[in-house]
Design a protein around this ligand. Structure first.
Ligand code: R5P
Length: 282
């Protein structure tokens, strides 16, 4: 198992789950910021997993170098695990002249691996661009559901209808109800948000999204749920990007913030290692 610098703690967890050896890897930057990697353990004839999130950009280059370094050992096979697949939100051309960024990344990653795995990729079409190797998108929602059950969550909410299915899958495991938020424009300046079916009054509510980036989506939702009398409001996601000062802004309106470990961040408390290990052993 080779852990890239963006995915150190998940690589350790995954190595434990798979009872695999974690290779010693040197990663450094030259004064001009070019990346240098060196795998210090011999990997010849092994089935090797490389684990590296492709965010921020510098970790993409590191992944390509790790794939190349692993191949130099004439390994038996390479499986590339990208826990958080950056650029998946640009999964189509929104305006003429734009790239399909997710496809560009997929094509480059698959050039140097025999298999590919990712977790809760924002646009599932990304998987189809891995057209010459087996590729799988693993769901973290059962693990999130298990975690929320230990916290006594009573209602799981998706910020919009588009992701309601994810909230439902979480709620099934958390053994509680799920719903999605609906926006209503009151006038030119006021937009309200409320669950489609349920009243949040006095309840412990978790808003579940795939990515929290600026936090804007969850913050708006949490403010509304508080004004509707929710007893507790929690922010939960697979990928905690937390751009800029997202964490303190979220902390101001949420009782707690919980994420998986697809991105290393101070709020990561749910590991996706068992899900990846199970998929790898299938
Ligand atoms: C959007 O389609 C995603 O599912 C997330 O809702 C979005 O990325 C969250 O972004 P932010 O935290 O910046 O509101």
């Amino acid at each position: 198992m080779v852990g890239g610098s963006a995915s150190q703690s998940l690589s350790r967890e995954l190595a434990k789950s798979l009872k695999a050896r974690l290779a010693k890897v040197e990663v450094k930057r030259f004064p001009d910021d070019e990346c240098y990697v060196r795998i210090e353990d011999d990997m010849s004839d092994e089935d090797v997993f490389i684990v590296q999130t492709t965010w921020p950009d510098r970790n993409i280059i590191e992944l390509f170098l790790l794939q190349d370094a692993v191949r130099e050992f004439e390994v038996s096979s390479v499986t590339t695990v990208v826990p958080y697949f950056g650029y998946a939100r640009q999964d189509k051309q929104f305006k003429p002249g734009e790239p399909v960024s997710a496809r560009a990344l997929a094509r480059l990653i698959q050039m140097n691996t025999d298999e590919f795995m990712t977790v809760d990729v924002h646009a599932p079409t990304v998987i189809d661009w891995f057209d010459s190797i087996p590729a799988r998108n693993i769901s973290s929602y059962p693990e999130i559901g298990k975690f929320l059950r230990t916290k006594g969550i009573e209602l799981v909410l998706s910020p919009d209808e588009g992701r309601a299915e994810n909230a439902k899958r979480v709620a099934e495991v958390a053994k509680c109800e799920s719903d999605y938020l609906v926006k209503e424009r009151i006038d030119g300046e006021t937009v309200t948000m409320a669950p489609k079916k349920f009243d949040v009054g006095g309840r412990k509510v978790a808003i579940v999204d795939d990515i929290i980036s600026t936090g804007g989506t969850i913050i708006k939702a949490a403010e509304q749920l508080r004004s509707q009398g929710a007893a507790k409001v929690y922010a939960v996601c697979t990928h905690g990007v937390f751009a800029g000062n997202a964490i303190p802004r979220l902390e101001a309106v949420c009782d707690d913030i919980w994420t998986t470990d697809t991105i290393e961040n101070p709020k990561a408390c749910i590991t996706v290692a068992p899900m990846i290990a199970r998929t790898a052993m299938d």
